[in-house]
Design a protein around this ligand. Structure first.
Ligand code: NAP
Length: 688
């Protein structure tokens, strides 16, 4: 039976039945799949994304899209074994595929939960606070982030066909962009299996994710100002694509994650036998062997003190000699193959360049013999460790990336030289500094952060929980300056913001409230006979407000509060010392003011407010002295509908703006309180 012809998903149809190029198993060279010969109509794909997918996505809000992502992640997780089986053809071990398959699905989960925690139930993100632009406070300015109303094109590298696709898709989907994904051809059968699963799930709006098998043709030439392109791959391809005339003319954002010569530095304080020494060796070994070294974050340059290089080399040789290489299906195999024969050739060529003038400490001649049936036709490569003793003057070791299990040890004489060597990578995704000396870590980071997207400081304390040098994490930025492409991905919710458009907005507070969906002070408020805490979530509107009765603060309040809290700070209790402070007299505890304000605005009987789970942006703006009279204004600032969860009663999040003022109308305390408010019971809702 001939292997399947892969299909593209364009304009809601699977396209492709005639075979074009064969894609071979990295393990034994057998044909695994074939690309299709049919040409794709990218105009049709873009049109479908704009006309069909975009309106459906924008009919949802951030919360709803995040919830969809969570459902999708759960759906894929249930079917992960199918994906592992397909991923095995790429030469990946189970552990390697875990990064790709579960790492990818985990990133969907992560963006689902970050979206639900941090984004509003609308399509406007308010980057407040608003700033007054005039003396009366009736003209203000602020920033909003909104969906770009365009399409995201994601072009990926071959090494992590699932993770690479999903880590880009997740934030762009939450941001409301339909995506067109072009995986690298060599491993596109994995991406296709995943997209087919996603399509079959029926969980996403039609056209939210389209797939290109093979060439992206004239796609980039057809993009519009509202679109974005993200790219992961080699620096050469990035350099070529980022100057596409259409992208340049229309200022279409182009985010690049390119190859980089990442380093790990063994600091001069570390001696053989110390935990940090072993951690360094373990980390370099892991980055050489995991995914057969085909990680964009892998350690290509291991920078060690000249006095320690022999000990490090010996420890690495020992570990490398033990690693069993071959078909990952064979028991005990820890390192698989490169993704293709092309890669095998490419890595061999790069290694030859690196080896010129450098020593090979460990390589093919050290017992390289992959195990398994047919592995002679696979794309295996011997782990190879080089040693460069003159790295300040050898350019190749800082420039040539052999995208496989290849790493170069390089020596330094003092720490400044180590940091100078790190910088010779001209921008990297990640660097590690292994040290147990905080001052060295601080010195290294101050210098190296300018050249790196991420820095891992590794020592015995962090080791047990360290996620390792090579693992990008959804909550931390991935992407480095210079050679590494200059792009940024992941990094928490900021990844979603990369796919949104920021706009400065000016207007009156009332207008800004309506635009941002967040109450802006000075804007119109609505007062009602019903206390805001007696309303269900659905009944509360931004701007609903309560002005409380007043309360005069007495000395007894201060004394009682001191007794309850145990806070006898001189400013509240020592008349003499208080005279010398900037206030010139005793003042009430700030926390008393907070508590007294709560006493003013709560509605004590049981009601829809389920919990008060915190305060934000608290400031004690002016002192409250004995005899001052305070009053509070409570206004609904923000409401977020996170949908309903099976494990809790239906509820929403409401943030309340609180202003406490004195008898002169001056602000004395200012903060937001965060509450959970019940939704109206279904029976009542039905009657209403
Ligand atoms: P590549 O040759 O640059 O290809 C990357 C992607 O670009 C592939 O999808 C490729 O498609 C596509 N492509 C190539 N030429 C194109 C063109 N003219 N127009 C549109 N698309 C084009 O890189 P690779 O060999 O696949 O990946 C290995 C490299 O990626 C390594 O150097 C590695 O360091 C880097 N990498 C970086 C990161 C990161 O996050 N920074 C992650 C992984 C890998 P085809 O496959 O169809 O040619």
């Amino acid at each position: 039976m001939s292997p399947p012809v892969l299909q593209s998903l364009i304009a809601g149809r699977w396209v492709g039945s005639s075979a074009a190029r064969g894609l071979h198993s990295a393990v034994n060279g057998r044909l695994v799949a074939q690309t299709h010969a049919e040409e794709l109509d990218f105009g049709e794909g873009l049109d479908f994304a704009r006309r069909q997918a975009l309106p459906s996505l924008l009919a949802l809000d951030y919360q709803q899209r995040a919830a969809m992502l969570k459902a999708l992640a759960a759906y894929l997780m249930e079917r992960k074994e199918e994906l592992y089986a397909i991923s095995a053809h790429t030469g990946a071990t189970r552990a390697d595929s875990w990064i790709d398959v579960e790492g990818g699905i985990g990133t969907l989960f992560a963006y689902a939960s970050m979206g639900r925690r941090e984004l509003p139930s609308s399509n406007v993100v308010h980057e407040g606070p608003a700033t007054p632009l005039g003396k009366q406070g009736q003209f203000m300015g602020t920033h909003v982030l909104v969906p770009r109303r365009g399409v995201a094109v994601h072009i990926n590298a071959f090494n992590f066909p699932m993770w690479g696709m999903l880590e880009k898709f997740a934030p762009s989907f939450v941001a409301g962009m339909p995506c067109i994904v072009k995986p690298a051809t060599a491993t596109s059968y994995v991406a296709q299996a995943c997209v087919r699963m996603i399509e079959d799930s029926g969980l996403l709006p039609a056209g939210a994710l389209q797939l290109i098998i093979g060439s992206s043709g004239d796609l980039l030439d057809r993009l519009l100002e509202t679109d974005v392109v993200t790219f992961t791959g080699s620096a050469d391809t990035a350099a070529q694509l980022r100057v596409n005339p259409n992208l340049v003319r229309r200022s279409i954002p182009f985010n690049a994650e390119a190859d980089s010569l990442n380093c790990a530095i063994l600091a001069p304080d570390v001696q053989p036998g110390e935990p940090e020494f072993d951690l360094f060796v373990k980390e370099v070994f892991r980055e050489m062997s995991a995914k057969a070294g085909q990680k964009c974050t892998a350690i290509r340059r291991a920078i060690v003190p000249a006095s320690q290089v022999d000990a490090v080399a010996a420890a690495l040789r020992e570990r490398l000699a033990k690693v069993k290489i071959g078909d990952p299906a064979v028991e005990g195999v820890r390192m698989g193959a490169l993704a293709s024969k092309d890669q095998q050739r490419d890595v061999a060529e790069r290694l030859a360049q690196l080896a010129r003038g450098n020593e090979i400490v460990f390589g093919e001649r050290d017992g390289f013999a992959p195990v398994g049936e047919g592995v002679g036709d696979g794309a295996f490569f011997a782990p190879t460790l080089l040693l460069c003793r003159d790295a300040m003057h050898n350019e190749a070791v800082h420039n040539v990336e052999a995208f496989g299990p290849v790493s170069t040890l390089m020596t330094y004489h003092d720490f400044d030289e180590a940091l100078a060597l790190a910088a010779k990578g001209r921008g990297s995704l990640v660097g590690s500094v292994v040290t147990h000396t905080p001052a060295l870590a601080a010195q290294a980071v101050l210098h190296a952060a300018a050249f790196h997207g991420r820095l891992l400081v590794l020592d015995r304390e962090a080791a047990a929980e360290s996620t390792g040098h090579g693992s990008p994490l959804p909550m931390l930025k991935h992407g480095g300056p210079g050679r590494a492409g200059g792009g940024e991905e992941l990094g928490g919710i900021r990844a979603v913001k990369h796919y949104l458009q920021r706009c400065a907005v000016q207007g009156s507070p009332t207008m800004l409230t309506a635009i941002t969906g967040e109450y802006v002070r000075g804007g119109a408020v609505r007062e009602d006979v019903v206390h805001p805490f007696r309303k269900y979530f659905e009944e509360i509107q931004v701007g609903d407000s309560l002005l409380t009765h007043r309360r005069t603060v007495s000395e007894a309040d201060i004394v009682n509060f001191g007794g309850i809290s145990g806070d006898y700070f001189y400013m509240h209790f020592d008349e003499v010392a208080a005279k010398d402070t900037q206030f010139g007299k005793r003042i009430a505890h700030g926390y008393f003011v907070l508590s007294a304000a709560a006493g003013l605005f709560v509605s004590p009987a049981p009601g829809p407010v389920l919990a008060n789970y915190g305060l934000d942006t608290l400031r004690f703006v002016n002192p409250v002295a004995i005899g001052d009279t305070i009053q509070a204004r409570l206004t609904c600032k923000r409401r977020i509908d996170r949908g309903n969860r099976p494990d809790q009663p239906p509820q929403g999040v409401v943030a309340w703006d609180v202003q406490v003022t004195n008898q002169h109308g001056e602000l004395v305390a200012s903060y937001d309180i965060l509450t959970l408010v019940a939704k109206r019971p279904e029976a009542e809702a039905a009657q209403a």
